[in-house]
Design a protein around this ligand. Structure first.
Ligand SMILES: [Zn+2]
Ligand SMILES: [Zn+2]
Length: 627
């Protein structure tokens, strides 16, 4: 007997191995096999009578039990094609390896408790639940669209309850790990049993245990981050993708899959898909308008009253301007908690030479250096290298004019302005302390939290009454055509954070571009108008939803030639190519980017055209960042 085994080798389909007499191996099993001088872990795709490979075959060394149900393979193959990678690579990255679990679930990033309150659905919520439930088993797709605090979670949970009643399984996805505890707490109350938790920070043994339980039908419900979309449930009734417009659903490393897209693929096998958002991706809303996705609307808030939102002037010298300062004082005096949002790290985000005006940059990456006060050093945000005593590369000067603000400077400013307040900072640098900071925030042991990206999303802390967005203009300057959409989403999610409790909330947006449609519409909480404007822009420039993009990134000494060669091959195949464009180098390595634009099948076409992709070339479908 021959086992055709998928291995984590780029650009291959699989290899034949002989199954020794007496060894039991089935499709979907993990096996250890020799490969060159190494021993690799692979998954059996099929068992054949005769080998396809004409040469001498090696033996399977050891079977290690089931990895996935064999009927799950076509889905994984499609996911690989759409991520422009081989099935073997996808399997190596998304399927947990067989190891024994040391801990027992649930493994949540931090403890979250919520007062018990009886939940009665509003008539709108009842209609949404009924409509979705009636579509059970038909593979229908829904977009649950409602403003912040309109009770989307209660709708998800009611749908899941109905699904579980029918003996089917339910899967919930969140874009960020920090959102899991809250959903888990609510699901535990609303569903017959607490769901399993699955995310990338679980210990390997725990991941493998949850995976196996899902495969064996031992758990009926799970919630997790993007990798949970692969959980091998066999009777999946519903997949909920909460905050569907968030970039956290996209895997930034290979295989570059998008969990929302994969959730759709799984739904096509019969499960119900429920996407939820207050600020849907323009692509999603466009498809809802086209009738590909059914729209379910929730029109008003159910928790607390909406916060008062306004734009205030951004002062060049003061990170926390006078109006925001007064508001913070007012809210702290009333016992409210304050969230200050800025998605830039460091203290000063730029420095220029006092003598000649030259901007201080990393010599390897050409990126402006950021000053970090705690470590008293300049650091390159691209490669992480430290420069404690930099000199101007133009004139040799050693004195610099420092400007710009990062989270560290906001934290510092808040402490100085409000010395009695308990202030914490939550960003990549303090991520180790995330659980502690979020728990302290929930227990009201903190007064002011300064946060980068991760804290501006779906969390529900009723003590927060004021949210300040430090620099909305900087959001608009992000290097992507999604900049306006991201700005709208971030401002709107800030609005969702304020005043979820009984006290009225307030949101201040520091900006000098208050007339920009992304900011103006977000302040009015007017998604429809934002969508119309943004769609015009996308149409003129032929960006998604009017096209699909694949980004090809070559790096290293031969990057330019390689990028040109690849651009040529793709152009010759008749596809539209933009570039190659030179990007800033990384750690001294030149980088060149080629963008390919096409229709729905673009990733699969590009994968076919390129076939063998060199090691230092990255192919990424549906890029969120261009630069
Ligand atoms: Zn100089
Ligand atoms: Zn650098």
């Amino acid at each position: 007997m021959i086992a055709f085994v998928l291995l984590p080798i780029p650009g291959t389909t699989g290899f034949d191995y002989r199954v020794p007499e007496g060894m039991e191996v089935r499709p979907g099993d993990w096996v250890k096999v020799p490969f060159g001088k190494r021993v690799l872990l692979g998954i059996v795709q099929e068992i054949r009578e005769r080998p396809e490979y004409p040469g001498e075959l090696q033996n399977v060394l050891r079977p290690l039990g089931p990895a996935l149900p064999p009927r799950f393979l076509p889905f994984l193959r499609r996911a690989s094609d759409e991520a422009c990678t081989s099935l073997g690579m996808t399997i190596a990255h998304v399927i947990p390896k067989p190891v024994t679990a040391k801990s027992r679930s649930p493994s949540l990033p931090f403890a979250y408790t919520e007062p018990e309150k009886s939940v009665e659905l509003t008539p709108e919520q009842v209609i949404a639940v009924k409509t979705a439930t009636e579509a059970l088993g038909k593979g229908q797709k829904f977009l649950l669209f409602g403003p912040p605090a309109s009770g989307k979670t209660e709708v998800y949970l009611a749908i899941a309850r109905n699904v579980l009643k029918c003996g089917q399984e339910a899967l919930f996805l969140e874009p960020e790990i920090s959102l899991l505890p809250q959903l888990w707490a609510r699901a535990g109350r609303a569903l017959p049993s607490s769901p399993a938790v699955y995310h990338g920070e679980l210990p390997p043994g725990e991941r493998f245990r949850i995976w196996t339980q899902a495969m064996n039908g031992e758990i009926q419900c799970a919630l997790g981050t993007r990798s949970a979309v692969f959980l091998p449930f066999q009777k999946l009734g519903v997949i909920v993708v909460d905050e569907e417009g968030e970039p956290g659903y996209k895997e930034e490393r290979a295989p570059h899959y998008h969990a929302r897209l994969l959730a759709e693929r799984r739904a096509e096998e019969g499960a119900l898909l429920v996407l939820g958002s207050a600020a849907p991706a323009v692509e999603t809303f466009f498809r809802a308008e086209q009738g590909e996705i059914r729209l379910l609307r929730l029109s008003h808030r159910v928790a607390g009253q909406g916060p008062e939102v306004k734009a205030v002037k951004k002062e060049p010298q003061e990170v926390i301007g006078p109006e925001l300062r007064q508001a913070i004082a007012r809210h702290l005096a009333k016992g409210g908690q304050v969230l200050l949002f800025l998605n830039r790290l460091g203290y000063f985000t730029g420095a220029s030479c006092r003598r000649c005006g030259e901007i201080l940059r990393c010599p390897d990456c050409e990126v402006a250096l950021v000053f970090h006060l705690a470590e008293r050093t300049f650091r390159c945000p691209a490669c992480g290298r430290n420069f404690p005593d930099p000199t101007c590369r133009k004139c040799g000067g050693t004195r610099f004019h420092l400007f710009g603000a990062g989270t560290e400077r906001v934290e510092h400013g808040a402490k100085k302005l409000f010395p009695k307040a308990r202030v914490a900072r939550l960003d990549e640098e303090t991520a180790r302390d995330r659980d502690r900071i979020l728990s302290a925030l929930a227990k009201r042991e903190l007064d002011i939290v300064v946060g980068a990206q991760m804290i501006g999303k779906g969390l529900d802390f009723p003590g927060i009454t004021l949210v300040g967005i430090i620099d909305a203009d900087q959001l608009l300057a992000m290097p992507t055509f999604y900049a306006a959409e991201r700005t709208f989403q971030l401002v709107l999610s800030a609005i969702g954070r304020a005043g979820r409790g009984p006290k009225p909330g307030e949101v201040l947006v520091q900006t000098n571009m208050a007339d920009h449609y992304a900011i103006a519409c977000a302040i009015r909480q007017d998604y429809q108008s934002f969508y119309q404007e943004e769609l015009k822009f996308r149409k003129i420039l032929r960006y998604p939803p009017f096209s699909r993009l694949v980004r090809i990134l070559a790096s290293g000494k031969r990057a330019e030639t390689q990028a040109e060669k690849i651009a040529g091959i793709i152009r010759d195949a008749g596809l539209e190519v933009l570039g190659p464009a030179k990007l800033h180098p990384l750690r001294g390595e030149p980088r060149f980017q080629v963008l390919v634009r096409g229709g729905n099948d673009l990733p699969i076409l590009v994968q076919k055209i390129l076939q063998r992709i060199p090691q230092n070339v990255r192919v990424e479908p549906d890029p969120l960042w261009l630069g």
